[in-house]
Design a protein around this ligand. Structure first.
Ligand code: HXC
Length: 279
């Protein structure tokens, strides 16, 4: 469990999640890393699950150096058998699994007319199938221990049309549906299931996935961010600034905490008002 020397710089009580065990897919970079760090700083033991050793090993070592209780494991959420093995191992090693954060995602701009079957499959399998594989895998452990929380990452782009993102918007619409259905189905087992829809948060992964091809005519919001960060935020994001991983992590911590005890099946938009204001 978290060392006594670890300190939280968050607004939450430092021992809010003490003794709890959290599994965070894609927890080694971007938003996932922000979530890993906050939950660990609130006393949880965090297991970072990620495809890329350069992400999960670096993240684990950086958080361990801060005195936090963290471990890591290689996981591709598309591999259902491997997901089951990882979840069983976490439950056995720690004796419980309180929180699953389905954060792993893969997205890129591509025209629907020429999207290859494999490209469609890759994104659907990571974003939607992966969320289901992990949620299904934690069910028995959470049920046996008297409850748990599942929090998935959605998006806002499917609330309207979003050109060249058919695969990702379809997958995230599925994540929303899955969230609502599992919430109702698993509420009797005291498993709360919610989702968070982040707005624009200029992490490295998002920059890569959301830099549209020059010929597409789609505005490159992250290039705009670099060149005129302040004016973009002022003109397009009602709350006047870009998001940070901590903005999302705060919502995860809230939902994971007893403050969220009566919340299930909800999809929280955390985006500074961006999608509502989008023309
Ligand atoms: C067109 C592409 C492509 C691209 C991959 N493909 N990238 N097609 N444009 N930019 C196609 C490939 O050609 C291939 O199809 C198929 O997708 C699978 O690609 P692989 O590279 O073999 O797969 P894999 O190594 O498993 O990579 C998964 C990936 C990749 C999703 C395709 O992009 C990835 O790992 N991305 C990193 C994670 C990520 O994207 N994070 C960003 C999340 S941000 P063919 O037919 O050639 O075999 C986010 C925020 C959203 O979700 C909210 C924003 C506001």
């Amino acid at each position: 469990m978290a060392s006594e020397s670890a300190e939280s710089d968050s607004i939450f009580r430092a021992d809010l999640l003490r003794g709890q065990v959290a599994l965070i897919t894609g927890g080694g970079s971007g938003i996932g890393l922000g979530v890993s760090e906050l939950l660990a700083s609130l006393g949880a033991h965090v297991v970072i699950a990620s495809r890329k050793p350069e992400h999960f090993e670096t993240a684990r070592d950086a958080l361990l150096a801060k005195g936090l209780s963290v471990s890591s494991v290689a996981l591709d959420v598309r591999d259902q058998e491997r997901v089951r093995a990882v979840v069983d191992d976490v439950a056995q090693t720690h004796g419980r699994l309180d929180l699953l954060v389905n954060n792993a995602a893969g997205n890129f701009y591509a025209p629907s007319a020429t999207l290859s079957p494999n490209a469609w499959k890759a994104v659907l399998e990571i974003d939607l199938y992966g969320t289901f594989h992990c949620s299904q895998a934690v069910y028995q452990t959470m049920k046996s221990q008297g409850g748990g929380r599942i929090i998935s990452t959605s998006m806002t782009l499917h609330y309207r049309g979003w050109p060249q993102m058919a695969h990702a918007t379809a997958a995230k619409a599925g994540v929303d549906a899955l969230t609502r259905t599992l919430a109702v189905e698993w509420a009797p087992d005291r498993i709360r299931v919610n989702a968070i829809a982040p707005g624009p948060i200029p992490t490295e992964g998002v920059r890569k996935a959301f830099t549209p091809p020059a010929e597409s005519g789609i505005p490159d919001v992250f290039a705009a961010a670099t060149e005129r960060m302040e004016s973009y935020a002022r003109d397009r994001i009602p709350l006047g600034r870009w998001g940070t991983p901590r903005d999302i992590a705060n919502m995860v911590a809230y939902l994971a905490s007893p403050a969220g005890d009566w919340i299930t099946g909800a999809i929280f938009v955390v985006d500074g008002g961006e999608w509502l204001a989008k023309g």
